[in-house]
Design a protein around this ligand. Structure first.
Ligand code: AMP
Ligand code: MG
Length: 425
C-alpha cells in the first residue's frame, strides 16, 4: 500500500488510468443542458442550437406546380403519336389560373407556376414544337412522357404537419433554408453558453509582448478561441494567470460565480507549479483527471458550484486532442445540443508503428494521401512531441488507435477522424 488513492498518483500505469470510453461515459452522465432560450431572427440563427421543434404548418410546396418552362396538359389526352393541343392559357410563376384546362388542350406554363386545374403533366419547351393555324396557337408534344412528369406535387418537399427539425439541432445553411420555407421569421434557440478562457503559466506571454529565453507565447489561447468558435459560445478571455496557488484559486472561485464554464490550459499535472488540481479539489468536485491516452493524459473535469470546470493540459497538441474528444461534446450538451461524437472513416495506413504501448489510446496527427492507384491512405505526422504545433497545422485530422492495438503495418485499416467532422473548417 502506498497510501495514495489511485486517482491522485502520477506514477499510475496506463492500465490503472481512466480509459477513453470510461471518460466519455463519465462526461456524458455528468452533464446536461444548461442554456436558456432566446428568440432570434432567422438571419442571426446560423450555427445556433434550435430550442424548438419545427413542423410544416402547410404543404411545401403549397400547390402542384411546374418544374420546367413548358406546356401543361392532361396525360389522359395523349394518344400514340403524342399530342397536338391548342394553347388555352398562359401561367407564369407567382400566378395561378382558376380556369379548368379544357379536354385536349394545353397551357403555356413556366417554372414554379401553379398547375391549372385538370392538368397533371408538363412537357419541357425544348421537346415541343409550336404551330400556328387559323390564327390560333398549338403545341406539338412528343410521346414518351410519363404521367406527372415535370410536375412538382404539393407537399413533396415536406407534407403539412411533418417534423422538419428537432430541439438541439445545430442550424446549418440548409436547415435555415428549410425553416424559411415554412414562413417562420423568428425561432427559439438556446442562449450562448458563457465560457471563460484561462491560460496558466509563469512562462506565458501574449503575442505582441516581448519575450526572453524561458518565455513562451500563449498559443493555446488562440487555439481554444478558434475551437470554441465552432460552437455557440460567448467567450470571455480572462488572460494569463501566473503559477501561484492563491491566485489560481481566487481566479477560479470568482470565475465560477459568473460563468457557465471555465476552460483552462496548463497546470493540469501534479508538478509543484501545477495548481489547477488543488484549486479544483478545494473549491468544488473533481469527476475526472488522469486518462490512459496519448497525448493528453491530465484532463480535468469537475464542478465548482454551478460552473463546469474543464482543465486542459498545457501542451498544444494535448490541449487540442482533449478539447476535440472531451470538451467539445460537453460544451455542446451544456449549450443545448447532443454529446457530439466525431465522424470517422476506416482508411488504410501509409505508415508502420512497430510497437505501440497497450492499455492506452493514441491519437496521431493524420493527413490524407493518394497512392499511385488513386486510393486514399492515412499517414501520420512522424514527430511525436506534444508541443509541436506544426503537426496540428499539417494534419487533416486525427488517427485514433485503440488500446488493444500494439502494432500497425502499412495497409492496416486505421480510424481517421477528419477535422471537418469536429466543425473545423
Ligand atoms: P503545463 O501543463 O503547465 O505543465 O505545461 C506543459 C507545456 O505546455 C509547457 O511546456 C508549457 O510551457 C506549455 N504551455 C502551457 N500553456 C501553454 C499555452 N497557453 N500556450 C502554449 N504553450 C503552453
Ligand atoms: Mg505550467
Amino acid at each position: 500500500m502506498t497510501g495514495k488513492t489511485l486517482l491522485d498518483d502520477c506514477f499510475l500505469h496506463d492500465k490503472d488510468r481512466l480509459r477513453h470510453h470510461e471518460a466519455l461515459t463519465i462526461l456524458e452522465e455528468r452533464v446536461s443542458r444548461l442554456a436558456n432560450q432566446e428568440t432570434v431572427r432567422l438571419e442571426d440563427a446560423l450555427e445556433r442550437l434550435l430550442a424548438e421543434t419545427i413542423t410544416a404548418p402547410r404543404n411545401i410546396p403549397l400547390a402542384d406546380n411546374s418544374a420546367v418552362d413548358g406546356y401543361a396538359f392532361r396525360h389522359a389526352d395523349f394518344d400514340d403519336a403524342g399530342g397536338f393541343f391548342p394553347l388555352q392559357q398562359r401561367i407564369a410563376a407567382g400566378h395561378t389560373s382558376d380556369l379548368e384546362l379544357a379536354p385536349w388542350a394545353a397551357a403555356r406554363i413556366f417554372t414554379g407556376a401553379v398547375m391549372p386545374p385538370g392538368a397533371d403533366t408538363v412537357a419541357m419547351q425544348e421537346d415541343c414544337e409550336t404551330h400556328q393555324q387559323d390564327g390560333k396557337d398549338f403545341v406539338i408534344i412528343p410521346q414518351g412522357l410519363k404521367k406527372g412528369a415535370n410536375c412538382r406535387r404539393a407537399g413533396e418537399d415536406v407534407a403539412e404537419g411533418a417534423t422538419i427539425l428537432g430541439e438541439g439541432q445545430r442550424l446549418r445553411p440548409q436547415d435555415l433554408a428549410a425553416i424559411a420555407s415554412t414562413g417562420q421569421a423568428e425561432i427559439s434557440v438556446f442562449r450562448k453558453l458563457k465560457v471563460a478562457l484561462v491560460s496558466t503559466g509563469d512562462e506565458l506571454r501574449r503575442p505582441g509582448d516581448l519575450i526572453t529565453v524561458g518565455d513562451v507565447y500563449d498559443s493555446n489561447h488562440f487555439l481554444l478561441r478558434g475551437l470554441c468558435a465552432t460552437l455557440p459560445l460567448e467567450i470571455t478571455d480572462l488572460g494569463i494567470i501566473r503559477d501561484d496557488a492563491v491566485l489560481v484559486e481566487r481566479t477560479l472561485k470568482e470565475t465560477a460565480q459568473t460563468f457557465d464554464v471555465v476552460l483552462t490550459t496548463g497546470g493540469a499535472s501534479r508538478g509543484e507549479e501545477d495548481h489547477m488540481l488543488t484549486a479544483l479539489d478545494r473549491l468544488g468536485n473533481r469527476h475526472m483527471w488522469q486518462l490512459a491516452i496519448k497525448p493528453g493524459r491530465p484532463m480535468m473535469f469537475g464542478q465548482i458550484g454551478a460552473c463546469t470546470f474543464l482543465g486542459l493540459p498545457g501542451n498544444p497538441v494535448a490541449a487540442m486532442v482533449c478539447f476535440l474528444n472531451y470538451v467539445r461534446p460537453v460544451l455542446n450538451v451544456l449549450a443545448g445540443g447532443d454529446f457530439l461524437q466525431p465522424q470517422s472513416f476506416l482508411i488504410p495506413a501509409a505508415f508502420d508503428v512497430p510497437k505501440k504501448k497497450p492499455d492506452r489510446r493514441e491519437f496521431y496527427r493524420g493527413f490524407l494521401q493518394t497512392d499511385d492507384e488513386g486510393r486514399t491512405l492515412a499517414n501520420k505526422f512522424m514527430r511525436d512531441g506534444s508541443g509541436l504545433i506544426t503537426g496540428l497545422r499539417e494534419a487533416d485530422g486525427l488517427i485514433e488507435i485503440p488500446e488493444e492495438v500494439t502494432e500497425i503495418r502499412r495497409g492496416d485499416l486505421v480510424r481517421f477522424l477528419p477535422f471537418s467532422g469536429f466543425g473545423i473548417r
